[in-house]
Ligand binder design. Structure first.
Ligand code: ZN
Length: 216
């Protein structure tokens, strides 16, 4: 367990201080990265610790969460009283605890009406953990949820940092869900849209498009 250390946090909801594990940067060892950026690691997976769960009130959040507003505190506290955490998230996390942390953060983010990109990101991480466990049904279920949120992100959010990457992830999710035509549609968009300048993503889209030519 020497690859982990405790980091101090202050809960943005109840104000209590707590610690959460993190993987030491020097101990992060990437094994391989798949086309859709799903990353496999030797040893501890740093993504397992990206969700912080306050052990005092049960609030779950990440660096992507929006600041807690005064007006939503009461509803949040009521929800958390009814749904207290059943496990200790400050301990080292296995895949099971990591999924539960993401799921909890996702439910709270839905309650808070967070932006689709936050919901999409949590759902995608859950799908990735299931993929690494080779639990195909669960992976598909959560990939489909992630895809819905990514579409909403694409349609409604004006703050898209990397449109090419977003389109590529939607292409990949469709491909993995067996929706070949939709996948090709997104790869084509990336290749033909002059506004997309991320050369790495354009190259990847071209590769995927060529491997799927039969589906057009
Ligand atoms: Zn708290």
């Amino acid at each position: 367990m020497e690859s982990l250390y405790d980091k101090q946090h202050q809960c943005p909801l109840c104000g209590e201080n707590f610690t959460s594990k993190r993987v030491k940067v020097s101990k992060v060892r990437v094994k391989r990265i798949e086309a859709d950026f799903c990353t496999y690691y030797h040893g501890e997976n740093p993504n397992y610790y990206s969700i912080l769960v306050c052990p005092f009130c049960g609030y779950a959040y990440s660096e992507n969460s929006s600041p807690v507003k005064e007006g939503e505190k009461e509803e949040l506290k009521k929800y958390l009283e009814q749904n207290p955490p059943r496990v200790d998230f400050t301990a080292p996390r296995d895949y099971h605890l990591a999924i539960e942390a993401f799921q909890r953060a996702l439910e709270i983010a839905r309650l808070r009406k967070e932006k689709p990109r936050v919901l999409a990101n949590y759902s995608l991480h859950i799908a990735w953990i299931y993929r690494q466990l080779e639990e195909e049904e669960e992976e598909k279920e959560h990939s489909a949820i992630a895809l819905e949120y990514f579409l909403e992100f694409y349609e409604k959010d004006s703050q898209v940092d990397n449109m090419g990457k977003l389109m590529f992830i939607m292409g990949e999710l469709n491909r993995r869900l067996g929706k070949e035509q939709e996948a090709v549609f997104w790869y084509n968009r990336i290749i033909s849209d002059k506004k997309i300048r991320d050369q790495g993503v354009i190259r990847k889209a071209r590769e995927q498009w060529q491997s799927m030519r039969g589906y057009q």
